[in-house]
Design a protein around this ligand. Structure first.
Ligand code: NAD
Ligand code: UDP
Length: 316
């Protein structure tokens, strides 16, 4: 017998990750209630879904309560790129804290599982490497990244308190740098910046000496991890690191993008932003063991798809 379609709320569903997650849920037969205030998300990301009978768009700011009916909630609403979350830091913190309280209240009323899109930023500038989930982090509470980092840490606290106090079925995902088509063209994140600069033949802006490291996960792999985490038993709360453990320097990322695009852009060095983490790599042993998940997309394959997306965007 065919399984009944589930109704799933995706907050931040018009954003980069949320739109890919919505695609995946629709493809498997679910109904999607996309809740977004278009702070950083766009209608273009979900244009292909707007007429779909199982997709519904609700323009709403999660810092205000909302009343909907659903079987599960993926809570992704929050600006994610440094220039976006630093644009209005108070709103960023409100989105993480007030937004999580509203979404947790909704999940409690409905008694449904709720997944929090947390972040590797909860580890701050980590002194433990690679990062495991039991590391408490090294976060500046008063810096320019704090609205995001501390907001996400407070959100995790709220999720665990709702779990302990109300028995809520929570799933806390600590997402590491993820890239792919539909990254915002002006979000200033390294993958989109480098690709756009290379395609436009303008200098590649390397912050600092480029020796800082990151580990990049392709969006399709991340979406599979979200689904696997949501499908776990109620006792699986996380936190659980989701990301690609293949670590590289930002300089080598620049060189790879130059090679894949065939660009002759020069590399220019710019000052390193305040509190920019020196190194980041997830230890994903827990995800492997509990979700039977690990990323399968090679960096060059994922970058090639992302480059094709930006090429199309620029030519349009
Ligand atoms: P994004 O900016 O593309 O998407 C965020 C979405 O949330 C946007 O559509 C935006 O309009 C919406 N939003 C923001 N504030 C809102 C509010 N108050 N009410 C309703 N909607 C609101 O970012 P993304 O990369 O897709 O990130 C999605 C989630 O994953 C975020 O919570 C982010 O913190 C987390 N995350 C992403 C990454 C990454 O590498 N992409 C890494 C770690 C964590
Ligand atoms: N970065 C860079 N040039 C850019 C954009 C970013 O060298 O044009 C660096 C940035 O300083 C950081 C890394 O790339 O060390 C990743 O930056 P991003 O903003 O993508 O994400 P995050 O710092 O949140 O991991």
């Amino acid at each position: 017998m065919k399984a009944l379609a589930k109704r799933i709320i995706v907050t931040g569903g018009a954003g980069f990750l949320g739109s890919h997650l919505s695609d995946r849920l629709i493809a498997q037969g679910d109904e999607v209630l996309c809740v977004d205030n278009f702070y950083t998300g766009t209608k273009a990301n979900i244009a292909h879904l707007l007429q779909h009978p199982r997709f519904e768009l609700i323009r709403h700011d999660v810092t205000f309560p909302l009343y909907l009916e659903a079987d599960a909630i993926y809570h992704l609403a929050c600006p994610a790129a440094p220039i976006h979350y630093q644009h209005d830091p108070v709103q960023t913190l409100k989105t993480s804290v007030h937004g999580s309280i509203n979404i947790l209240g909704l999940a409690k009323r409905l008694n449904v599982p709720v997944l929090q899109a947390s972040t590797s930023e909860v580890y701050g500038n980590p002194v433990v490497h690679p990062q495991t989930e039991d590391y408490w982090g090294n976060v500046n509470p008063i810096g320019i990244r704090s609205c995001y980092d501390e907001g996400k840490r407070a959100a995790e606290t709220l999720f665990f308190d709702y779990h302990r106090q109300h028995g809520l079925n929570i799933k806390v995902a600590r997402i590491f740098n993820t890239y792919g088509p539909r990254m915002h063209i002006n979000d200033g994140r390294v993958v989109s910046n480098f690709i756009l600069q290379a395609l436009e033949g303008v200098p590649i802006t390397l912050y600092g000496d480029g020796a800082q490291t990151r580990s990049f996960c392709y969006v399709d792999d991340m979406v599979e991890a979200f689904l696997a985490l949501m499908a776990t038993e109620a006792h699986e709360t996380g936190p659980i690191n989701l990301g690609n453990p293949a670590e590289m320097t930002i300089k080598s990322l620049a060189e790879t993008v130059l090679r894949l695009t065939g660009s002759s852009s020069e590399i220019v060095f710019k000052p390193l932003p305040q509190d920019d983490p020196q190194q980041r790599r997830p230890d994903i042993s827990r995800a492997k063991e509990r979700l039977d998940w690990s990323p399968s997309t090679e960096l060059e394959a994922g970058l090639a798809r992302t480059i094709a997306y930006f090429q199309e965007l620029l030519s349009a």
